[in-house]
Design a protein around this ligand. Structure first.
Ligand code: TYD
Length: 247
């Protein structure tokens, strides 16, 4: 995290290289902590996000729980489009719209809350795009990541909790809560089992490439056990020792 750096860019209307901006590529000063919950369908992210928030509030933290897509006014419109079963979106359009939702989310919700000193818990973030649009849809995961890095100004979570469970179990849970009953409820949920298997493998791949930034948690366990594992991993990060153990 360096300070402001001088950036040279070529101005399209001039022949020479012109210095047009002094920008900081790193996030503005952050006082809070940023936690992301990731996983496939039916992994229990929303429940665990709320439980974690309750635990942290009891410990005296200011906590903001948020989610993607749809946490802002523009995001709500994007969410409707993204999940509309009748919307015809190319894979690249879909990736761009998730990135646009994320840009709004970070600028209007996440960064202000972090600057205020809050613990921000987001239900899905960059890894969802890499897993779903990259590994799932078949777009280049490196480009999908780059797009989100640009959209967020390189805001990376202090910890990503990956709730992992077999696809069949996740889909069964999602069905049990009525979301996959009968006709598919949204564009993404309408996808094939193979799509969700690629996503699960993609999330695990992301974990394997940088395990120190993740807590990989078995989401098939009892919800109380999952909550305890999440709490344990998060407490280590909040304590500032930076070492995150996979549970
Ligand atoms: P939502 O109803 O919020 O589902 P969930 O409870 O599983 O989070 O719908 C969000 C859907 O959007 C979900 O199927 C995952 C998908 N998604 C992407 O494909 N890419 C992304 O970047 C994000 C944030 C979500």
């Amino acid at each position: 995290m360096g300070g402001a750096v001088r950036t040279h860019v070529r101005h399209p209307a001039s022949d020479g290289e012109a210095e047009i901006a002094t920008v900081s590529p790193s996030p503005a000063v952050r006082r809070g902590r940023f936690l992301a919950l990731e996983g496939g369908e039916g992994a229990g992210k929303s429940t665990q996000a709320e439980r974690l928030a309750d635990d942290l509030r009891r410990l005296g933290h200011e906590v903001v729980v948020t989610r993607e897509p749809g946490a802002t006014t523009v995001g709500a419109a994007l969410r409707q489009l993204l999940l509309d079963p009748d919307a015809q979106l190319t894979d690249r359009t879909e990736a761009l719209l998730y990135a646009a939702d994320r840009a709004e989310h970070v600028a209007r919700v996440v960064r202000p809350a972090l600057e205020h000193g809050a613990v921000v818990i987001t239900d899905r973030y960059v890894d969802s795009s890499v897993a779903y649009q990259g590994y799932g849809r078949g777009l280049d995961p490196a480009i999908v990541l780059q797009l989100s890095r640009w959209a967020t100004g390189d805001l990376v979570p202090d910890l990503t909790v990956l709730l992992d469970l077999p696809v069949a179990d996740g889909l069964a849970r999602a069905r049990a809560r009525g979301r996959l009953a009968g006709a598919p409820t949204d564009r993404i949920e309408a996808e094939t089992r193979a799509f969700f298997e690629r996503i699960r493998a993609g999330f695990r791949q992301l974990h394997d490439t940088a395990p120190e930034r993740y807590a990989l948690i078995d989401a098939a366990a009892d919800p109380d056990e999952v909550a305890a594992a999440v709490r344990h991993a998060v407490q280590q990060v909040l304590a500032g020792d930076g070492e995150v153990l996979s549970a």
